[in-house]
Design a protein. Structure first.
Length: 180
């Protein structure tokens, strides 16, 4: 019985610390995010504007002492209506703002909040940067990377095959979204 009460007290103290962090953190205080703790598991519910905020919150919570597990019940939603073209435009802005992402080779398209990254990257780090940047845009609920690593030795951008594929891909462009 005493052990159960100690666990409840620990959970209550952790819940208070988590809620305090949510209410005072500049990134999360504008959202009405609520926390609950049961047996060291932090359960959070609410709405955020971007997928990146969900990832940032998970990271902060897992670093808090006493947290055994984190369960996020967050919805990604914007204050107003945002269509696929607007999401794609915001994703492209975020990609452009990241100096580690080369927009000459990376494109994006949004379908119902899911962003598909397409094209070629120089290395896995550039792909991680592109995914992280895309997840910062409002309205993005999921990021799917279809990025390919640039072929190594023997790849010739001026080969007949490369020119053909480049032309076919250019023919598929629509509304500023680069399709590769």
């Amino acid at each position: 019985m005493v052990s159960d009460q100690n666990n409840k007290n620990r959970d209550k103290a952790l819940q208070d610390r988590v809620q305090q962090m949510l209410d005072s953190d500049k990134d999360f205080s504008s959202y009405a995010i609520k926390a609950r703790v049961i047996d060291g598991e932090v359960q959070v519910s609410g709405i955020v504007d971007a997928l990146a905020e969900e990832s940032r919150l998970r990271e902060k919570l897992t670093k808090m002492p006493g947290v055994k597990r984190v369960e996020l019940g967050l919805a990604v939603s914007t204050d107003g209506a945002i269509d696929d073209n607007a999401v794609t435009a915001e994703v492209l802005e975020e990609l452009q703002a990241n100096p580690r992402v080369d927009l000459r080779h990376v494109g994006a398209k949004s379908v119902d909040g899911t962003v598909f990254l397409m094209g070629r990257v120089n290395d896995p780090e550039e792909e991680r940067e592109a995914v992280a940047s895309a997840s910062k845009a409002r309205g993005v609920t999921r990021v799917v990377s279809q990025l390919k690593s640039k072929p190594g030795d023997g790849y010739d951008e001026n080969s007949l095959e490369a020119i053909f594929h480049h032309q076919v891909n250019n023919d598929g462009e629509d509304g500023g979204t680069r399709i590769f």
